[in-house]
Design a protein around this ligand. Structure first.
Ligand code: TYD
Ligand code: MG
Length: 452
């Protein structure tokens, strides 16, 4: 019998200790150290039957066989874009996101549309529940096998029998290996089961897609080490009350992390949104004051986003400042710039700001649209619907240039905008474009260009 051994793990960062401590020495969090039973066994392979012992040789880089077809392209273009082409053979992918955001739906949808043999392992739902979901998704891949199992040894037994091309695991927190006695979801179980799956993925060149839960502060539950172990970490985010979801790569060993995928949750599953700008700009008949369109970039993808502002006289002594989807500190800074450099008395006004569509924007190029929307609401004069904005604002009230301005202009042109406001310092050749490019240098110019 193997000797039972216990170790103490920090539930936050995964650091390991021989004895209990009140504070973790590594991440300095209090009360995160928990005792877990681990049982040391001799090194083992993921395979039960044939113990393989592979010795790798060192090779010259030009001798390493390389197959261009090493990426499995999925039918889901948004996912392919985020992954940089498709699923890399033998890679581990971790998909994180809040409960109910649609992680299981996304991976089941991918499993059902992949022209490969897929094993979908669920530790969270029964086979009939998955069937019910699959019915709603209206896709049927006869090559997709569903298994409800949480024991990794049993999962590997099934894998050996059916030799799938792709394996999906929902979720890593429900899995456990017999070699460790800690409960499923604990640090040592997550670490061990992930290590077993990685060994399997690398030895058989099978891509493994894992679903991971996230903690209340938005990190993937389990040790940070989990994110280091896998090749790709994707985050599925969005507001549960809004129907749009954004798939973002946090880490990608095979491509860029700048790309995003956009989906819309419908009753028949997730629909890919190919032209996101159209959905983010609200359809309206009349010109309303307080809205401005920003030409932003999410990664390398241009997005036209509607910024809405409401400026009203403060009823109480202290004016309210509130913003949804935009940094409140940045809003306060822009308001201070407007007061100081352009003489607007916004100090006695309530200002509410909202980014339409429930998304969050970090691109500084949205600044100009923010102040234009605020000025428009303050003056109660609408900005024509075919105007858009792309520039950053500095503390001195200067309009600063932004990156990839050509790409933003092209997107605006494609969507039928007639005027775009940018910084004078962005070098653009206006003769290449049919859209009118207005170059400005100071915040004061915004007012005179828009409303006079
Ligand atoms: P789910 O994939 O179970 O989320 P997760 O695995 O991230 O916890 O998604 C559940 C939500 O998706 C649920 O609130 C209902 C919604 N949904 C739809 O709107 N349409 C659909 O076709 C499906 C399958 C789910
Ligand atoms: Mg789920």
């Amino acid at each position: 019998m193997a000797k039972t051994k216990t170790t103490f793990f920090c539930q936050n960062c995964g650091a390991q200790y021989a004895k209990w401590l009140g504070q973790c020495n590594s991440c300095h969090k209090w009360n995160t150290i928990v005792e877990e039973i681990i049982q040391k066994e001799e090194k083992r392979s993921w395979k039960q039957t044939t113990k393989t012992k592979r010795v790798s040789n060192a090779l010259k880089i030009n001798e390493i066989p390389f197959d261009k077809e090493d990426k499995i392209s999925t039918k889901n273009n948004e996912l392919n874009r985020v992954l940089g082409g498709g699923l890399v053979k033998g890679s581990m992918l971790l998909l994180g996101g809040e409960p109910g955001i649609g992680k299981s739906t996304l991976l089941l949808q991918i499993a059902l549309t992949l022209p490969k043999k897929v094993l979908y392992v669920s530790g969270e739902e029964s086979q009939s529940q998955i069937k019910m979901r699959a019915e709603r998704l209206q896709n049927s891949n006869t090559n997709c096998l569903i298994l409800t199992e949480t024991n990794t040894q049993n999962i590997f037994k099934v894998i050996e029998e059916i030799t799938p091309d792709v394996v999906v695991i929902d979720s890593i927190q429900t899995l456990y290996t017999e070699y460790i006695e800690a409960s499923p979801g604990s640090i040592s179980q997550i670490r061990e089961t992930t290590a077993e799956l990685i060994k399997f993925a690398k030895e058989t060149a099978t891509p493994v897609l894992l679903i991971g839960h996230i903690t209340k502060d938005g990190n993937i539950a389990g040790p940070k080490i989990l994110e280091h172990m896998v090749d790709v970490v994707l985050q599925f985010e969005g507001d549960r009350n809004h129907t749009y979801r954004i798939l973002r790569a946090i880490k990608n060993r095979f491509g860029s992390t700048a790309e995003i995928g956009i989906y819309e949750m419908q009753h028949t599953g997730l629909r890919q949104v190919e032209n996101p700008s159209e959905i983010l700009i609200s359809q309206k008949e009349d010109n309303l004051s307080g809205t401005a369109i920003a030409a932003t970039l999410e990664g390398v993808r241009p997005l036209m986003i509607e910024v809405q502002a409401l400026v009203s006289t403060a009823v109480y002594g202290t004016p309210q400042r509130s913003s949804t989807g935009y940094d409140i500190k940045r809003l306060n800074m822009l308001l201070a710039v407007l007061e100081k450099r352009a003489g607007f008395r916004l100090g006695a006004k309530d200002v509410f700001l909202n980014i339409a569509g429930g998304i969050r924007v970090d691109d500084p190029a949205i600044d100009l649209a923010v102040i234009s929307a605020i000025l428009s609401s303050n003056e109660d004069i609408a900005i024509p619907q075919d105007f858009c904005f792309a520039a950053e604002i500095g503390l001195a009230g200067e309009i600063r240039p932004i990156s990839r301005v050509e790409q933003r202009i092209l997107e605006a042109e494609k969507l039928g905008f007639h005027k775009i406001f940018i910084s004078k310092f962005n070098k653009v050749n206006s003769s290449n474009h049919t859209i009118k490019i207005i170059k400005i240098t100071k915040v004061e110019d915004v007012f005179s260009n828009l409303f006079i």
